[in-house]
Ligand binder design. Sequence first.
Ligand code: SDX
Length: 435
Amino acid sequence: MSDTISNKTVTLTDNQTGSRVDLPLLGGSIGPDVIDIRKLYAQTGQFTFDPGYGATGSCLSGLTYIDGDQGVLLHRGYPIEQLADQSDFLEVAYLLLNGELPNKTERDNFVTSITHHTMVHEQLSAFFRGFRRDAHPMAILCGVTGALSAFYHDSTDINDEKQRMVASHRLIAKMPTLAAMAYKYSIGQPFNYPRNNLNYAENFLHMCFAVPAEEYEIDPVIADAMDKIFILHADHEQNASTSTVRLAGSSGANPFACIAAGIASLWGPAHGGANEAVLNMLNEIGDKSNIKTFVDKAKDKDDPFRLFGFGHRVYKNYDPRAQVLRKSCHEVLNKLGVEDPLLELAMELEELALKDPYFIEKKLYPNVDFYSGIILKAMNFPTSMFTVLFAVARTVGWISQWKEMIEDDTQRIGRPRQLYVGPAQRDFTPLDKRG
Ligand code: SDX
């Protein structure tokens, strides 16, 4: 993987001293060029300033391309709509990890490897017992994922390609098992072991919803919807949680600890926690007659309330994942015969917001989180599990991005600088001399 040095440069001129600095422009395969500022401080003694990294490229990557203005999302060049419609989650996982869609043999070997890593060390079950029963499943998942590094020492050497591969497969395989255990623990039911005769989505549903007292029938509609939801949440360029994983990994931390850091970042309501927040918001709105009040609150600069499930740092058009989920919402609820008034409410809210000048001017469209919660609710997941499901899917993207970073020989430890606005140097004042 490499950038292409274009023969174009950007010239910075200091209009006080007249000094000039030429900075090279780097081009990728598609998308905007970037200004290479790696030598800027050495040449000018100045840093750039970009809180939130809205205009800053942090790495080279070939996994995911997003065109926010056009509402385009590609994974290794394949449009998300085609992957959601024609592929399955483990095949997308293979694509993100390895760069190409697998042939039959590659696919069978990968599925076999993942299937045979789904069990967790039996002592991990004891780890769960340390949590209060009312612990949020994300708190449990974050803690237990970090604990994996205490159980799988034989796949923590990041410089060993085989260990990196084993750790990647272990994380993809075990995350559904840990997620299901977090759910079962929170409702006081016994854990279910994974079943090797089930596919990834079916196995997850079985581990979550089966009880020892009776056979669990897997509904193919729900299994298909689960697999599609996993595909839609698999990876998304350098979002907050992925950047967290990369930054943690840049210090050489083991992959289990890095993924635990990603889970922690995803939990925030501005990020992966938004799907849970959307459902809570729709329940709070309650009725179509209250929609305008909440939209007005979201527009009020003095009110911290924001319309969850709307807006995105990159998409200034409809999030393509939201469009797929919107369609799936209707399909899943119709097939399940579920009449959920929250779907009607969400559609009404979307219609009103998309006509509102504030949302039009700020290019605020529904994002991936706006509809996902409604489907997950119809699939009988509690709201507290929504972000856990996001983390299960995003583990594929996180570990693929981590692997890409480790294998990028230009990568260095991440260490941003700052614009210092604190006190200049001053001498210590002894206690008896302070006011
Ligand atoms: C995800 O990065 C990714 O790719 C993330 C993700 C992924 O797959 O990894 O796509 C998943 O996190 C989706 C986003 C889920 N979050 C939410 O739905 C929470 C609600 N959305 C907002 O918090 C917000 O839109 C963000 C956090 C998503 C984006 O924030 P930005 O890019 O920092 O944008 P901003 O806060 O600067 O907003 C620009 C303007 C502001 O108004 P001004 O200060 O310019 O006057 O738009 C306003 C904001 O106040 N605005 C909203 C709004 N989102 C932005 N106003 C009302 N409701 C909203 N939802």
